[in-house]
Design a protein around this ligand. Structure first.
Ligand code: TXA
Ligand code: MG
Length: 316
C-alpha cells in the first residue's frame, strides 16, 4: 500500500513491519533498527545476503552517540556540515547496533537523510524510544535502486502486500544516487562508496586528505553485478562510436539520438544525469530493450558516483 502520512509509517515501523521511506538519494526499505524480526524481514524482502551490513537512519547528529561510541572530530564536522544529507558515516559501534545490522563488524553505518517526511518519521520514532531505522535501498538485491514509490512497488510491492508493509510516497528522490559512505574510525576520511557528497567537498569541510580503501574492491573480478536492469548495459565514452544494433540510449542532451535507438534520458546537467539515471535504466526493461548504451559523464564529483554505479550495472 502506498501512503503519504508519516505517522502511519511510524506506526508500521514501531509494529516491526516494513515501510519503504523516501530519501533525497534513493528510497530505502525501512525497519525498526533494534528489532530482530523486522531486520530479518528486510533481508528476506530484498533477497539480500545476511552478512551485508545495513545503514541506520537517525534523526540528527546528536542522536549519533546512541549508535557510535566515538566519532573523530573531523567526522563530527562532516555531520554538522552535511546532515541532513547524502553522506553516511561508518564509526565504532555501541551495543545498540545488533550483529544483524553491522554484518558482525565492530562498526556501524549511520546517516541523517534529507527528506521532510522521513525526518518526521525518524524524529517521532526517536521520541517514542525507537532510536533508528535500518534502510537499504528498496530494490530486490542486485537490481536498480528505486527513486520513486512506483519503483519500490514494482520490486517489493508483492512482498509488502503479503506482510502488511507500506510505502511512504515522498515524490521522486532529488539526488538519485546513493549516499557517499565514509569510514570514520581513523585520523582522516576514507571514502568507501562515492556519492552526492564529493571527495572534494569532504576535503574542504575537514581540511584533511581523503583516501580510498586499502584494498579497493574495484578490480573487475571483484565487482558484483549490482544496480543492474535486465537489459545489457554497454558503457561508451564521448569519443566512442555508438554501435549500429538496437537498444536504448542514455547520454547528455548534446548527444543526438541515432534513428535505431530509443532515447531513455537526455539530461542537461550532471545533477539531472544522476536524478534520471535509475528511472531510465528501469524504463529500458519496461520497454523490453535488450541493450542500453550509456555515454558516461567524465567529470569529477557526482560523475564519479555515476561511473561507479554504471560500472557495476554493466558487469555481468
Ligand atoms: O543513500 C543511501 O545510502 C541509501 C538510502 C536509502 O539511505 N541506502 C543504501 O543502502 O544505499 P544499501 O544497503 O543499498 O547500501 C549500503 C552500503 C552497503 O554497500 C554496505 O556494505 C555499506 O553500506 N555498509 C553498511 N554498513 C557498513 C559498515 N559497518 N562498514 C562498511 N560498509 C557498510
Ligand atoms: Mg543498494
Amino acid at each position: 500500500m502506498i501512503v503519504t502520512d508519516p505517522l502511519l509509517a511510524v506506526d508500521v515501523i514501531a509494529d516491526a513491519r516494513l515501510c519503504a521511506i523516501p530519501t533525497e538519494t534513493v528510497y530505502g526499505l525501512g525497519a525498526h533498527a533494534c528489532n530482530e524480526k523486522a531486520i530479518a524481514a528486510v533481508f528476506e524482502a530484498k533477497g539480500r545476503p545476511r552478512n551485508h551490513p545495513l545503514i541506520v537512519h537517525i534523526p540528527s547528529l546528536d542522536s549519533a552517540t546512541a549508535w557510535v561510541s566515538s566519532l573523530p572530530e573531523w567526522a563530527r564536522e562532516l555531520g554538522q556540515r552535511f546532515w541532513p544529507g547524502p553522506v553516511t558515516l561508518v564509526g565504532a559501534r555501541t551495543s545498540l547496533a545488533l550483529d544483524t545490522v553491522t554484518g558482525q563488524q565492530d562498526t556501524v553505518a549511520i546517516r541523517v537523510p534529507n527528506h521532510p517526511l522521513t525526518l518526521t518519521v525518524l524524529e517521532t520514532l526517536w521520541a517514542r524510544g525507537i532510536p533508528g531505522v535500518v534502510a537499504p535501498s528498496a530494490n530486490r538485491f542486485g537490481h536498480v535502486s528505486p527513486t520513486t514509490a512506483e519503483h519500490v512497488q514494482a520490486d517489493l510491492g508483492e512482498y509488502l502486500h503479503h506482510h502488511r508493509g507500506v510505502i511512504l510516497d515522498g515524490g521522486p528522490s532529488l539526488i538519485g544516487v546513493e549516499s557517499t559512505i565514509v569510514l570514520a574510525t581513523g585520523q582522516s576520511p576514507v571514502v568507501l562508496r562515492p556519492g552526492g557528497v564529493t571527495r572534494k567537498m569532504i576535503a574542504e569541510a575537514t581540511g584533511l586528505n581523503v583516501t580510498e580503501p586499502q584494498n579497493p574492491p574495484r578490480v573487475s573480478g571483484h565487482l558484483d553485478s549490482h544496480y543492474a536492469p535486465d537489459a545489457h548495459v554497454i558503457l561508451l565514452n564521448d569519443s566512442d562510436e555508438i554501435p549500429e544494433s538496437p537498444g536504448g540510449l542514455i547520454a547528455f542532451r548534446e548527444v543526438s539520438t541515432p534513428a535505431h535507438l530509443v532515447r531513455l534520458a537526455a539530461p542537461l546537467t550532471i545533477e539531472d544525469y544522476a536524478a534520471d539515471l535509475y528511472s531510465a535504466l528501469r524504463q529500458a526493461d519496461i520497454d523490453g530493450l535488450g541493450s542500453v548504451y550509456v555515454v558516461l559523464p567524465h567529470e569529477e564529483g557526482l560523475a564519479e558516483a555515476i561511473r561507479d554505479r554504471l560500472g557495476r550495472a554493466a558487469f555481468n
